[in-house]
Design a protein. Structure first.
Length: 128
């Protein structure tokens, strides 16, 4: 949101903020390979949850984990773009900032997989 938008009030400002957020989401989906991978995995996960008739509580857990993954990937992209804006040259601290943001996504991803295993393995065992 631009500085001039901060003076606006009400519904018009709210709509503009949703428009800017949507533009950011579209950018990340179109240009970030990792986000595309997360979307595919999320789709497969949700279809699998439907086919296995997972209970409502497990659906809520899955949706929270998926939303967290998407959010972290978006924030990682924001950090990367901000660092790129500050310096185009290689700088050890710029690399460190990008690596740390990517590590946050990586750690969350590891735990998302663990949660997925906990949720899906019992349902898969029931099929056997």
């Amino acid at each position: 949101m631009g500085l001039h938008d901060r003076n606006q009030k009400g519904f018009k400002r709210l709509l503009r903020s949703f428009m800017f957020a949507t533009q950011g989401l579209i950018f990340v989906v179109k240009h970030e390979q990792n986000m595309q991978i997360h979307l595919i995995i999320a789709g497969v996960t949700l279809v699998s949850a439907y086919l296995l008739s997972l209970p409502l509580v497990q659906w809520m857990i899955l949706l929270l984990v998926i939303a967290g993954m998407f959010s972290l990937e978006i924030m990682n992209t924001a950090v990367e773009r901000t660092v790129d804006l500050i310096t185009e040259e290689f700088h050890p601290l710029a690399k460190r900032a990008k690596d740390i943001a990517a590590a946050a996504v990586f750690v969350y991803c590891i735990f998302a997989v663990i949660i997925g295993v906990i949720l899906f393995v019992p349902a898969l065992i029931k099929l056997l």
